[in-house]
Design a protein around this ligand. Structure first.
Ligand code: RM4
Ligand code: MN
Length: 391
């Protein structure tokens, strides 16, 4: 980055140094499509081993100090112990994800189910997840509901919204003063006619009704093709209700591929909104929600973290003064050029330098491969049942 003033470079590096990206425990386990789960060697057999893998990602990137868990996939007898083990490995247990989509009882919904008994069971799980947060010291409860209907007329749309609001209110009331409820939306799947939380507007309405510590999560794979996600980012930032991201990328639907792989330009545009709002390193949670079905998992998570860093660095390169001047002057082409100049810059040398400044290897994936960790887990974890997503 020879053409940048040293003060600009150090400002950009300072922000990148403070960036935090949370990885997901389920990314380290086996996963697949509805057609086949291809098991990989060395896959963790329990939550402790997932945390150990997450610690490797942090070790080589320096910006992934926490790992999200998913209950019951990551159920352990003693969550305090899980948090202590994580801490000893250099990471923290991060966001707690509730799972009310895999019990037989939830066929027709969880918190929106027509049967009060099933609704109570779902709400009890949400509350249980806050107990887990208390034990792990986690800040965020992340809720995604598969609830919805497959056929017109199957259930009453407004009544289901009332049930949803009631269930959310119970979970929200259980939170401690420092904890947050993050509500995630998704357009469709597994429900194919109507999803109860299909879009940011619905999630936003519920969050506002709940209170200040409820905010919306944008999973980048949960929209209709062509949706302008950065617009949603801007709207939620403006309303003070952007809770976080579940990053991944997609070509078709909820593909859960590595973030920045399918559409790095979209990731840049999202990070541009984040940089404009000064939210890198703040309270917005930047999480990865991905599945590595055919590629080696730990290296893929490292790659994903690097992709987020690259998009962020490019967004930080945008010449804000020039952009504003062009915008204010109605200079369409010039404004667009400011953005494209930043996007088309090669930020990899700057990131290599940053890693060296941080005492890290400038090449995280190479360093991970050379570390021998993968060979070690392949041997150590040869026996026993590998963790999977339980689908
Ligand atoms: C859902 C949603 C949630 C994630 C699960 C595994 O589609 O994205 O965030 O916890 O998948
Ligand atoms: Mn998600």
């Amino acid at each position: 980055m020879t053409d940048l003033a040293p003060s600009t470079v150090s400002r950009i590096k300072q922000v990148l140094r403070g960036q935090r990206i949370e990885t997901a425990s389920w990314a380290y386990g086996n996963s697949g499509t509805r057609f086949k789960v291809f098991a990989q060697p060395g896959v963790p057999r329990d939550p402790f081993e997932k945390v150990a893998d997450a610690a490797q990602v942090h070790r080589f990137t320096g910006v992934a100090p926490s790992v999200a868990v998913h209950i019951p996939w990551d159920r352990v007898d003693d969550y305090g112990e899980l948090a202590r083990v994580a801490k000893d490995l250099g990471v923290a247990v991060g966001t707690v994800n509730a799972n009310v989509f895999q019990d037989d009882d939830f066929k027709l919904g969880s918190v929106t189910h027509p049967d009060a008994r099933v609704r109570a069971k779902a709400v009890a799980h949400l509350v249980e997840c806050v107990d887990v947060m208390d034990a792990t010291g986690s800040r965020d409860l992340k809720l995604w509901f598969s609830d919805g209907t497959n056929y017109p007329g199957q259930d009453d749309v407004r009544v289901r919204q009332d049930r949803l609001a009631e269930g959310l209110a119970v979970a929200y009331a259980r939170l401690g003063g420092h904890q947050r409820l993050l509500l995630e939306y998704k357009l469709f799947e597994p429900a194919f006619y109507m999803t109860d939380v299909p879009d940011w507007g619905t999630a936003f309405v519920h969050c506002v009704a709940l209170g200040e510590r409820a905010a919306v999560v944008i999973d980048t794979g949960h929209h209709a093709p062509g949706t302008n996600i950065e617009f949603i980012v801007a709207m939620l930032v403006r309303a003070g209700r952007l809770g976080g991201f579940d990053f991944n990328s997609r070509f078709y639907a909820d593909d859960d591929l590595m973030v920045g792989a399918a559409d790095p330009f979209q990731l840049f545009r999202i990070m541009h909104e984040i940089v404009l709002a000064g939210l890198v390193g703040g309270d917005v949670a930047f999480m990865l929600d991905q599945c590595h079905n055919i590629e080696p998992k730990i290296a893929a998570v490292i790659r994903s973290v690097m992709n987020v860093q690259e998009a962020t660095a490019k967004a930080l390169l945008v010449d804000q003064a020039a952009l504003r001047a062009a915008q204010d002057g109605g200079q369409v082409l010039e404004a667009n050029a400011v953005l494209m100049d930043a996007y088309n810059s090669d930020v990899r040398p700057l990131l290599r330098e940053l890693r060296e400044d941080m005492g890290l290897d400038p090449d995280p994936i190479g360093a991970y491969k050379r570390s021998g960790y993968f060979e070690r887990i392949c041997t150590e974890r040869a026996d026993g049942a590998q963790a999977g997503w339980g689908a």
